[in-house]
Design a protein around this ligand. Structure first.
Ligand SMILES: [Zn+2]
Length: 339
């Protein structure tokens, strides 16, 4: 459990008793950037072991709370406020969604449209049109299938480096990383799980047609890397290549090529990457991590607040993030320092 998770566990029972108004004047930044993945009432085998996604009701509750205390802004307004250093009367929120899940089109888009709220989608072009299942979704799907089927549970225990402890086996599957992601295909073959059939039966990601409709309706489509790598596992050359490939896709398709959100985390990504990517792409204005309320030694790299943590509501996340930021600040640890 990370230090922040422990902090939230202790702080939440306390912050719960106070209204958000007691925290809002401790907000360190005028604008907050929130990141979700998807919203659904369904049991999504390819996602449920990766992050706790909101039900429609929970999402609507989040939006209700957020609209009371913040103004939702568009990407254009965000860039304008940031570059012209404008301050707003009410704190603002830029809503972002990662990975390009089809639920954005089917579920989230109608809700946001009805409420007049803007959002930006950070997508991996490789998986658009459901050409392939993203490697993390493969891990979640394999785990779901194993949990549903006793036969697969014994079958997986015979797999090289696996044993009789189901929990340990599932943990090892979830820990497979970008570098050795091919192992997921080998395990799936061994268990006769067919990713292509799963994708054919139910589209997981947005299609090109949906992206165009969203764009034409004013929503943002932007870059999240080509195929969702973990950046600190790549050489700087490969970090740049993966990012550039996704930025080029945005340019070619007339989506947003002025922003980029790191898949997973920007942890340990060095200044050399930022210097090169901003030099190569003069349109690029900001890049985004997901470390919560935090400053970054690179002023063009902004940290977003991940909302899908435990069972916390957006209100609880924000209260605890604010408290955590103020705590870190006391120890001068509220800024990510890059080498
Ligand atoms: Zn992602």
């Amino acid at each position: 459990m990370s230090f922040k998770t422990k902090f939230f566990k202790i702080s939440n029972p306390i912050t719960k008793n106070f209204s958000f108004g007691r925290f809002s004047n401790l907000l360190p930044f005028g604008n907050q950037i929130l990141v979700y993945h998807l919203v659904s009432d369904a049991d999504l085998k390819h996602a449920k072991h990766l992050f706790p996604y909101r039900s429609v009701k929970q999402f609507e509750r989040d939006l209700g709370f957020l609209s009371m205390h913040f103004d939702f802004i568009s990407w254009d307004t965000f860039v304008k406020n940031k570059t012209e250093k404008l301050t707003t009367k009410k704190p603002t929120i830029l809503l972002t969604f990662d990975d390009g899940y089809s639920e954005f089109y089917d579920i989230i888009y109608p809700i946001l449209k009805r409420k007049g709220i803007y959002a930006i989608n950070f997508i991996n072009p490789k998986f658009i049109d459901n050409k392939e299942l993203m490697w993390r979704n493969k891990a979640s799907l394999i785990i779901s299938k194993i949990l549903e089927n006793k036969e697969l549970q014994s079958k997986v225990s015979q797999f090289p480096n696996f044993g009789n402890d189901l929990k340990i086996n599932l943990d090892s599957i979830l820990k497979i990383n970008y570098k050795n992601r091919d192992r997921l295909n080998i395990i799936a073959d061994h268990l006769e799980i067919e990713f292509d059939i799963y994708l054919k039966n139910k589209p997981v990601y947005l299609t090109t047609e949906q992206l165009l409709k969203l764009k034409n309706d004013g929503f943002g489509i932007s870059s999240h890397g080509w195929d969702h790598p973990l950046y600190n596992q790549l050489s700087v050359e490969n970090q740049l290549a993966n990012t550039q490939q996704s930025l080029d896709y945005m340019t070619e398709n007339h989506f947003l090529n002025d922003s980029f959100a790191f898949p997973f985390t920007d942890h340990l990504v060095e200044n050399q990457f930022f210097d090169s990517i901003f030099r190569q792409n003069t349109d690029l204005k900001f890049t985004f991590g997901a470390a919560g309320l935090k400053l970054d030694s690179n002023p063009k790299n902004l940290q977003r607040i991940p909302v899908e943590i435990g069972n916390y509501s957006a209100e609880e996340i924000l209260k605890n993030e604010i408290l955590y930021y103020q705590f870190l600040k006391k120890f001068n640890k509220n800024r990510i320092i890059r080498s």
